[in-house]
Design a protein around this ligand. Structure first.
Ligand SMILES: [Zn+2]
Length: 293
């Protein structure tokens, strides 16, 4: 019988490696996009800009404010970009409170422009599909942004060429969703789907999700911690229960520890007594005339 294995098996069942890891397959968040929504939206929207929006929300997990707030200098779509912060194509999402379209990134990571290159901000990896839709858009519809240097611009009407306001992007998605038979699609639904997909890929383990190969970036950490704000009532209850259980185990282990401590003390005391007794006996053997008592 392998006692050590038995013991470890016991411990393993007592303490899961990550008690916060969601159990079983990741549940579908009620606000997630329906299956196939991305494809149906891409078929429905008319402009290259709008295909970019759908693709970047889906693949990048960007907030609508982050997306509409992007400047061209924030896009580092080539390998080994000059900022040196991520070898793969990525975005440096910068918090700029003064954008003309009032679009603002929520996260306020420090950033700066050094010799014309943006460094810092929130690093977000981009997919090949994102790069593809970007080139399609800038080569066909992008009108130079009327010197604003921002990525998304108004394509029609009096404001053509001006930076696109987030509410315009929201309305575009809402209309496209209805046309595609998906109901009004909200930009944040893409984030729920994105986070869920990452967690699925990481088997529900937040630490793995954070450290997972392709996602080992500040962006991933951000996405994972963001999720906590979106935990369901059930998940919170489960974690509270697990916390209580763990506290009880800690208490049990503390008691066990005290008992063992007392036993150890007793054993040491016994040992000391036996040591003395042994010394007496040795003295007796070497000097029998003295006798005992
Ligand atoms: Zn960069």
């Amino acid at each position: 019988m392998d006692r050590r294995r038995l013991f470890l098996g016991h411990v393993k069942s007592l303490l899961p490696t990550n008690p916060l890891a969601p159990k079983g397959p990741h549940r579908r968040h009620p606000k997630m996009l329906p299956d196939g929504a991305r494809e149906r939206l891409l078929e429905t929207v008319n402009a290259a800009r709008d295909r970019l929006v759908v693709t970047w929300l889906a693949d990048g997990g960007l907030r609508i404010g982050e997306l509409c707030g992007l400047h061209l200098v924030d896009l580092h779509l080539r390998e080994n970009a000059a900022c040196g912060e991520c070898r793969a194509p990525h975005l440096n999402v910068c918090h700029r409170p003064g954008n003309p379209n009032r679009a603002e990134a929520k996260t306020k990571h420090r950033w700066q422009i050094e010799r014309g290159t943006v460094t810092g901000g929130l690093i977000k990896r981009v997919s090949p599909a994102m790069v593809h839709t970007y080139f399609e858009y800038v080569t066909t519809e992008y009108l130079g942004g009327a010197g604003y240097g921002m990525l998304l611009v108004q394509l029609y009407g009096a404001d053509t060429g001006r930076p696109w306001v987030p509410v315009g992007a929201r309305r575009m998605l809402g209309r496209a969703g209805k046309r595609a038979g998906l109901g009004p699609v909200k930009p944040h639904a893409f984030r729920h789907s994105f986070t869920s997909a990452v967690l699925d890929a990481a088997d529900g383990n937040l630490l793995i999700a954070r450290d997972a190969g392709g996602w080992a970036s500040a962006a991933m950490v951000d996405e994972v911690y963001d999720l906590e704000a979106e935990w369901t009532e059930g998940a919170i209850q489960r974690i509270t229960t697990e916390n209580t259980t763990l506290k009880q185990r800690v208490r049990q282990l503390t008691t066990d520890n005290r008992t063992l401590d007392e036993r150890l003390k007793a054993a040491r005391s016994n040992l000391r007594f036996q040591d003395r007794r042994m010394a007496d006996l040795e003295a007796q053997i070497t000097n029998p005339s003295q006798g005992v008592q």
